[in-house]
Write a protein that binds this ligand. Sequence first.
Ligand code: F6P
Length: 322
Amino acid sequence: MSGGRIGVLTSGGDCSGMNATVRAVVRAALTAGLEVVGIRKGYRGLLEGHSELITTRTVSNILQRGGTVLQTARAKEMQTPEGLQRAVSQLQTLGIEGLVVIGGDGSLNGALALHRQGVRTIAIPASIDNDIPFTDMALGVDTALNNIVHAVDCLKDTASSHDRTFVVETMGRNCGYLAVASAIACGAEYAIIPELPFDLGAICRNLRQRFEEGRDNSILMVAEGAASAQVIADQIKDRIGFETRIMVLGHYQRGGSPSTFDRILGARFGVAAVDALLHGDSGKMLGLNCSELRLVELESVVAVGRRPIDPAMLGLARTLGI
Ligand code: F6P
């Protein structure tokens, strides 16, 4: 493929680093003599015809910004045969010969469906949840973790001034990665995650013991897929009478200026995606494997579905007493 036209879209939940990736796709494509169509609002925008040619000017000064300048959406229509057909014909009308899809699991499913219809697609894993298989890190995870760590560091200052326990709720859907990784990075005492059973009675006994030993704060990270911070706080109050405070980090985790790691990962993913299209690849996702990028069949990614938390990370947390 050379001298043709490719498309790029961001889809599903946004994350920091998407802009850096779009910029890299555009720069690499223009350098290779390709035209780039930016599709707005993900697959929904494709179906509704929201697209425009992108130049280097369009992507100037976006690298350091969170969110996605292309905007994003979740489009259930792509799961229907009619929606899929409409997407294929929109791409044909736009003269798009290859598509770069940046997003999470739903977006990868969409990319695979398009590939099966003969559209050349390369996907880039982007989701703060870090639940996409065949990649050590998805785009946006590192920035989300940095956001969580910054918030919990602030909390610890006030918690220790008041001898308080805080229950902090992280995102992650059904994956506890953000809660465990941030518990390690923040020195939290506990991490409640959907992947493992938890014993709130034991946690409460331990909280009381810490208080009796004169510890001035306790931080309990809870992944949204395991329980809500409010429920855990209420149960702690019921069982041992401790007044805790909660912090639900919510969408704060997804935004903000991307970390250096996510900027560089986005640059690598974007350039490699264009390279892959130029080499005739399709139906593949880029993954980060021990610092190297590799292409994985989207069929395999979708078949596996969800990446389990690395047992070594769980072991590390356990050894550290979390
Ligand atoms: O998948 C990313 C994610 O942020 C999850 O962690 C969270 O459960 C969900 O998206 C929130 O979705 P929405 O932005 O639609 O509220």
